[in-house]
Design a protein around this ligand. Structure first.
Ligand code: ATP
Ligand code: MG
Length: 398
């Protein structure tokens, strides 16, 4: 979400560049989102100044993508990317230009951009510069390439998936020729790195019109060239709605597979280890619900949010399960005697004192026994009661 400070910092940067005799404007998603009154998330500035000129003009800068002409300018603590007007060289791998050429003309820079709505520019006094009827397309909610769609997708295949992602984010449709071109270039998506595909899919997972995006993904044929055998096209997606949650969407995709395997999904889409573990947990919790109601141990093992998401996912994926009201699950979870071993009133130190013995593997065994007993209400979570119970139950010599 862009703050007033960010816009102000952007205006200051533009005005400084102009003072130094250069052209400078806002470009990209921030302008598009500004025109359609949406919250934008980052500001980009384009300028006729070359990167080394930008670096001389501003005191605080960082090199983030000099080869592409981008310098990060830090203005009053706010970092903003400033990129020199450029045209792209030849595209030989359907993804990245072999080189970029810096130019002094804004028009040339706007021409290389993917869609008319993304080729708008805006001055520091919020005047829109619109060379390709981007405002009209925005008004009509249409995604259309700048120039011939086939050429633009042949140059860079990622643009096809960007178009699909924008349908999901904005609820727009793709202009007919642009859409036909995606269909005919669909297999080129295999030239795009899996990291970029994953990043676009995750933007879709967070979108408010997920089903529009999935529909476009299917009808454009792109879905057939995505890696793995995952069911982006399954009719159950409609029931999922718009969770706007990366974990829930990846898990759902995993569960729709004949053999749900979080590790395989994470491998194919190169997901982080953290996310992999979370998907694995949520798959497990959901599969438990296919089988049975949550037991006390299930309620203890999984965080509340996993229990709730698993309940929701299991209802969609496996239609004949016995429903459990969400409030009931939350209530049962919250009324457990403990939520984790840290909630026990006693610690390893107490045990060592009671048994008059130094620590060792026995300590873990004893603590686990106590944890289980308190959870299952065999003993109250009270120091005296636990002491009496464990000394009876457990001989540390065994
Ligand atoms: P988001 O809201 O996701 O940031 P965005 O349109 O700003 O959307 P960015 O990746 O930040 O996307 O790119 C900024 C701008 O750079 C785009 O608006 C577009 O003008 C241009 N652009 C980005 N990727 C491409 C591409 N693959 N081909 C052509 N132009 C592109
Ligand atoms: Mg952006």
């Amino acid at each position: 979400m862009l703050t007033t400070e960010q816009w102000q910092a952007g205006k200051n940067i533009i005005s400084t560049l102009k003072h130094n005799g250069f052209e400078a404007v806002f470009v990209g998603g921030a302008v598009r989102d500004y025109v359609c009154h949406k919250e934008a998330n980052d500001i980009d500035i384009a300028t006729s100044a070359l990167p080394n000129e930008v670096k001389i003009i501003f005191k605080r800068t960082a090199d983030v993508g000099l080869a592409h002409g981008t310098v990060l300018v830090i203005e009053k603590q706010v970092p903003i990317e400033v990129t020199t007007f450029r045209t792209d060289g030849e595209y030989t791998d359907h993804r990245r230009p072999t080189d970029v050429k810096f130019v002094r003309s804004l028009e040339e820079d706007l021409k290389r951009r993917d869609f008319t709505m993304n080729a708008l520019a805006m001055t520091d006094s919020f005047q829109i510069i619109d060379l390709f009827n981007g405002q009209q397309d925005l008004h009509n909610k249409i995604i259309r390439t700048v120039g011939m769609p086939i050429d633009r997708f042949k140059e860079d295949a990622l643009r096809m998936l960007r178009a699909i992602r924008f349908t999901a984010q904005l609820g727009f449709s793709i202009e007919k020729n642009t859409f036909e071109a995606i269909k005919s270039c669909a297999k080129d998506i295999s030239y795009v790195s899996i990291e970029r595909i994953t990043a676009e899919l995750e933007k879709m997972w967070l979108s408010t019109n997920l089903n529009i995006g999935l529909n476009a993904l299917t009808k454009s044929n792109l879905v057939n060239y995505l890696p793995g055998n995952f069911r982006f096209t399954h009719e159950k997606w409609a029931q999922l709605g718009n969770p706007q949650d990366v974990l829930v969407c990846w898990t759902f995709l995993c569960l729709l597979h004949d053999k749900p395997n979080a590790l395989e999904l994470a491998r194919v889409f190169k997901l982080s280890n953290d996310l992999k573990q979370q998907i694995n947990q949520l798959v497990k919790a959901t599969e438990i619900r296919y089988e049975r109601q949550y037991t006390i141990d299930d309620l203890y093992q999984f965080d509340e949010s996993y229990l709730i998401h698993a309940e929701m996912l299991s209802r969609i994926v496996c239609s004949d399960i016995e429903l459990m009201p969400i409030e009931g699950i939350v209530k049962r979870k919250r009324s457990l005697q403990i939520q984790s071993i840290r909630d026990l009133v006693i610690s390893g130190d107490d045990l060592m004192r009671w048994y008059n013995k130094p620590g060792g593997p026995w300590l873990k065994v004893a603590l686990t026994k106590i944890e289980h007993a308190v959870l299952h209400e065999k003993v109250v979570n009270d120091s005296t009661e636990i002491k009496e119970w464990i000394m009876n139950e457990f001989n540390s010599e065994v």
